[in-house]
Write a protein that binds this ligand. Sequence first.
Ligand SMILES: [Zn+2]
Length: 153
Amino acid sequence: MEYIINIRPALYNKGYRITGQRQQIIRILDKATDHQSAYKIYEELRKMNHRVSIATIYRTLDLLVELNFVRRIDRHKQPSVYELADPGKGPTVKVHLICRKCNQVQDISSSLSVMFNDLVGKAQLYHEFSIEPQAISLRGLCAKCRVESARGN
Ligand SMILES: [Zn+2]
């Protein structure tokens, strides 16, 4: 659980304790291969017999987002999904592709992400503008939904 080890001192420094619940939520996000909604996290916790309210999960996620440990990805008319942000590592700007039909969220490929962040680096220099870590969403239709809409579904 490398991520929790990294997160613990950072939480302490900001005056927060790493409670069991916070730890479990981070674990679920760490294990997940896909972006997780608060409700999916809630279901996971219930399966592990943790009694926790959905409100607590939202509060915890809000805190983790505020501290930049977790990123929130907003979807149109759908609950937001979350992923670990891995502060200090990873790209400055994370790019997600969000399908407006099936609401699937995917990361752009790592090689495209490197190219994109190269551009971000150049923009910083050119404009003498310091770009903060963030996630951006590009909306459209995924490959599966493009095929379906071409067939007239
Ligand atoms: Zn789709």
